[in-house]
Design a protein around this ligand. Structure first.
Ligand SMILES: [Zn+2]
Ligand SMILES: [Zn+2]
Length: 329
């Protein structure tokens, strides 16, 4: 009796698997094909020339390019309103570069490249499949595409000029930074604003340590610039903080570095750090990640979870801007 029951159970399970394979697989394949070409939108007349390799430039519709940017720049699991805010910021940035009269020295044959340190990150569909896995690809692709579609053509402008919509992963809960503190130039819509919505895993300090010699080598400081017989604590001193409380100037030996320079030379996650010395090491505890100017992505997610719509999120981080529909060729 028990054996027979087990037999039925096994039969039932097999039937379930066969049904799932028969119905599920073709459905996946059909949908997979449909995703190869996103639905046409009126903005697709605008083409982006994108440098995707040292000698490779491709041309693709702007709105299709944006799906690849949002997929690369923000977790696809984020709230739809955060994804929409990201889509509008990404489109604004793309149009800013596409409208530029002078060619970019780094890629004179393309409007944009896929280096997040220079332009914006971008993923082709194969890259998205790899990032999300085949099982989640369809679901995540649709979430991202929906954010791009529902904001089609929308860009951020300040006094009728397309803005430079810089964004970063997380301000670490400290609030955003004034552009002038990072790039030395006042930008009216890139002023620091409070941001208390970053999740705890983003506000916790992250440690990175450097052996004494490596630390000085990376900064190009000669060790004889360090007074003999003095502990490291005496030779590394934070001199000044920015208005938001990030590191502005640090004295190392006889030289003074900006927080921004130090972040770059040591590949630190942010300029919101404290420095400690431990035996033969220098230890940095950083909070947040990125330059902290403009839109805070984790903050945007936090705001969206609290019910804010994408336009409110954008006008919060970019003060005084408006959302307009771009005139596209
Ligand atoms: Zn570039
Ligand atoms: Zn934030």
């Amino acid at each position: 009796m028990r054996k027979l029951f087990r037999g039925y159970k096994f039969f039932g399970f097999t039937l379930l698997v066969i049904t799932l394979v028969l119905i599920g697989l073709p459905a996946l394949l059909v949908r997979g094909c449909a995703w190869e070409k996103p639905k046409n939108t009126e903005e697709q007349g605008s083409e982006v020339r994108l440098q995707i390799g040292p000698d490779r430039v491709i041309s693709l519709p702007l709105e299709e390019y944006l799906i690849g940017v949002v997929a690369a720049e923000m977790p696809a699991s984020f709230h739809p309103e955060a994804l929409k805010a990201q889509a509008v910021a990404a489109r604004t940035y793309a149009l800013l570069r596409m409208n530029k009269k002078s060619k970019d020295r780094k890629h004179p044959d393309a409007d944009l490249c896929i280096d997040p340190g220079h332009c914006q990150a971008w993923l082709p569909q194969a890259g998205m499949r790899k990032k999300w896995g085949l099982m989640r690809f369809g679901f995540y692709y649709e979430r991202v595409a929906e954010a791009v579609r529902t904001t089609a053509g929308e860009v951020l402008v300040y006094q009728d000029q397309i803005i430079d919509p810089v964004y970063h992963a997380s301000c670490g809960g400290k609030g955003t930074e004034d552009a002038v503190e990072v790039w030395g130039e006042e930008v009216p819509y890139l002023k620091g604003v409070p941001c208390t919505w970053d999740p705890p895993h983003r506000t916790q300090p992250v440690l990175s340590s450097f052996v004494f010699q490596d630390f000085f080598a990376r900064l190009g400081v000669k060790e004889n610039a360090v007074p003999v017989g003095q502990g490291l604590g005496g030779v590394i001193r934070i001199l000044e903080h920015t208005r938001s409380g990030r590191v502005k100037k640090v004295k190392i030996g006889t030289r003074v570095f900006t927080g921004v320079d130090l972040r770059k030379s040591l590949a630190l996650r942010s300029t919101d750090f404290s420095i400690k010395t431990q035996e033969d090491r220098v230890v940095f505890a950083t909070r947040g990640s990125g330059h902290a100017v403009g839109l805070c992505q984790y903050g945007a997610q936090g705001l969206a979870l609290k019910g804010a719509k994408y336009d409110k999120i954008l006008t919060y981080y970019y003060r005084g801007v408006e959302i307009k529909r771009a005139e596209l060729k």
